[in-house]
Design a binder for this molecule. Structure first.
Ligand SMILES: [Fe+2]
Length: 201
């Protein structure tokens, strides 16, 4: 079955003032849709690949026919990354990391403050377009990383649980060149329950 936009659980203006309504609308309806359209177009030439999950496609990119591999990497990665992004942010609330989540983060980074600094640095220093991530390795340990373009931690054997889109399309209307301000605002709209639900162990 062809890929479609996932449902957004909140309205386009629900993340204001941290992410403005117009950015949300264009980001979701235009940018995310374009990744999906390009992914579907690529898979049309190998319809049997529609039976695999998006995770499966991205974990095993080397098994994708060469003629569509770049399109699946970019379109499929874009679809997966943006779906995760919408899922793990939401209207500002008092939704703080649970004790379990805090402990996992402290075990891996020493403290939440250290984690926040590391994540912020990765997202800030990603040159050009890309993503900053919190992911879990196979042993359950948390790591931070950044990826260029629409590459996903899945393709490096990691399970991404939180990601910030640092493409300019994600923040330019409100923040222009001030990526650090956007990254700082991101902490206000993280849905920690959704992040925790993505843990594999
Ligand atoms: Fe984006």
């Amino acid at each position: 079955m062809a890929y479609e936009l996932p449902e957004l659980r909140y309205s386009f203006d629900a993340l204001e003032p941290y992410i403005d309504r117009q950015t949300m609308e264009i980001h979701y309806s235009k940018h995310h849709q374009t990744y999906i359209t390009n992914l579907n177009k690529a898979l049309d030439s190998y319809p049997e690949l529609f039976e695999k999950s998006i995770e499966d496609l991205l974990i095993n990119l080397d098994q994708i026919p060469e003629s569509i591999r770049v399109a699946v990497r970019n379109g499929g990665g874009g679809h997966y990354n943006h779906s995760l992004f919408w899922e793990t942010i939401g209207p500002k609330s008092d939704n703080k990391p649970s004790e379990k989540m805090n402990n996992l983060i402290s075990d891996s980074f020493g403290s939440f403050v250290n984690f926040k600094a590391e994540f912020t640095e990765k997202a800030t220093k990603q040159f050009g377009s890309g993503w900053g991530w919190l992911a879990q390795d196979n042993g359950g340990k948390m790591v931070t990383l950044s990826t260029p373009n629409q590459d996903t931690p899945l393709s490096s054997g990691l399970n991404p649980i939180l990601g910030i889109d640092v493409w300019e399309h994600a923040y330019y209307l409100s923040y222009q060149n001030r990526r650090p301000d956007y990254i700082n605002a991101f902490w206000e709209i993280i849905n920690w329950e959704a992040v925790e639900n993505r843990l594999r162990r």
